[in-house]
Design a protein around this ligand. Structure first.
Ligand code: RFL
Length: 388
């Protein structure tokens, strides 16, 4: 079994396969230090924690993660806080930086004797429609080697070799560009509020999310195609404080901006998630905009479902789970995509041909008002916000 990519999807899958006695190797393009320090997600759903717990992979996040169950909306009409952790199913998030989760998963896998090759870039998956697929891999010294396996798991993200190796027409590629871009910032400063902050402002969206006691993520809606370094530190803080209405609701804790990048909010789904012996999971299967913090959570869920199905096939000779793998995942993926799209529409002024429409603007105001006042709307939000 070859697993491409050592992100949350690939490492959960590899740990579970190794634990079931399946012979597998992980091939990762980057070096170990890079993989262990790549800061991305932070909000883990209750179901993600349950999956990791079930397989003894949650020790680090149980010790160092923090439960989080509130988000605050700030608009021209005022502000309100939703205690989503006690609404809906009554489940909070666990805030635990993705790079720490990846480090835990990697350490656990390597200590258990799992095989992994760093700086081994998969170039192509060959013969996926046969029972002996192979992966060509560029080694650190430039040599190209070939790994053969019964199955290949493509967990190498949206720009990996798994997607690129799918023959034209083998799977359907659904895409949606939400037409919005965010400047994502990682700041070395404590969180400025006890909740996730969503500020809806005529100048654009601004977001605040805790990561650790000393690190906070902020987002600023920005022009499409504007380079990440176009904004000075001073301008970033002025814009964040303006959109988050700091003058009214309290100052932001400033600190050095240690990472920045522009994220175009777009989504896609591949269907089905299987082409013969090549199976897709995580961002390789579906990219979801970070507006609702679902990507890493879907990656873990899919990895568990894929591990179960592969173990059934490879250990017990029962291939039925693999046949159902794609359909099972897609139910969760489309539901998450739907909620993520809903969040984008809630948080941004519409853009596009009818961009200035006062009708859209008023609809959005009405949605936010419903969220502030209707208990059933709040329960719906909580269930979808934390669930996958
Ligand atoms: P990853 O984490 O991208 O890992 C893929 C791995 O594959 C390697 N790779 C290759 N290896 C070998 N050969 C090749 N040809 C290869 N090509 C690539 C890469 O080096 C990498 O190590 O995918 P995976 O495992 O599917 O996990 C997906 C998540 O990382 C992603 O969905 C989330 O980070 C999305 N996301 C969030 N998700 C959440 O659930 N909660 C959040 O709060 C959240 N915040 C975010 C996010 C994503 C963000 N960005 C950067 C888009 C915040 C941001 C800013």
């Amino acid at each position: 079994m070859v697993v491409l990519g050592a992100g949350p999807a690939g490492l959960v899958l590899a740990n579970l396969l190794h634990g079931s006695g399946v012979d597998c190797v992980v091939l990762e393009r980057a070096g170990r230090a890079h993989v262990q320090t790549r800061a991305r997600a932070g909000f883990l759903a209750a179901n993600t924690v349950r999956i990791l717990d079930r397989h003894g992979l949650a020790e680090g996040l149980r010790r160092r993660g923090r439960e989080h169950g509130a988000c605050e909306f700030r608009t021209d009409d005022g502000r309100f806080c939703l205690e989503y952790g006690s609404l809906g199913r009554g489940e909070p998030h666990t805030v635990y930086p993705q790079q720490e989760l990846v480090t835990d998963l990697l350490t656990r896998y390597v200590n258990a004797g799992g095989r992994i090759r760093f700086e081994a870039e998969a170039v192509a998956v060959l013969g996926a429609d046969t029972s002996r697929p192979a992966v060509t891999v560029r080694e650190p010294d430039g040599r190209t080697v070939r790994w053969q396996a019964r199955y290949v798991a493509g967990c190498d993200g949206r720009r990996g070799a798994a997607r690129a190796s799918l023959p034209p027409g083998a799977v359907r590629h659904h895409r949606l560009d939400h037409g919005v871009s965010w400047l994502g910032l990682l700041v070395e400063a404590p969180p400025s509020l006890d909740a996730v902050g969503y500020a809806v402002h005529p100048r654009g969206f601004a977001g605040h999310m805790a990561r650790t006691r000393d690190i906070t993520r902020y987002y600023l809606q920005c022009e499409r195609d504007s380079p990440a370094d176009a904004w000075s530190q001073e301008r970033i803080w002025e814009e964040l404080e303006l959109r988050m209405r700091a003058a009214r609701y309290g100052p932001l804790h400033r600190g050095p901006i240690v990472q920045r990048g522009v994220v175009d909010l777009d989504s896609d789904v591949l269907e089905p998630l299987r082409h013969g012996a090549l199976l897709l999971a995580g961002d390789a299967a579906s990219v979801i905009s970070p507006s609702a913090a679902k990507g890493a959570n879907l990656a873990v869920l899919e990895a568990e479902m894929l591990a179960d199905a592969l173990a059934d096939d490879l250990v017990r000779g029962d291939g039925e789970g693999l046949d159902r793998y794609s359909a099972r995942c897609l139910t969760h993926i489309w539901r998450a995509q739907d909620f993520s799209r809903w969040m984008i529409q809630l948080l941004h002024e519409p853009s596009g041909p009818d961009g200035d429409s006062s009708f859209h603007h008023s609809l959005r105001r009405s949605r936010i008002e419903a969220l502030r006042t209707s208990r059933s709307q709040q329960d719906w939000f909580a269930e979808n916000y934390v669930g996958v």
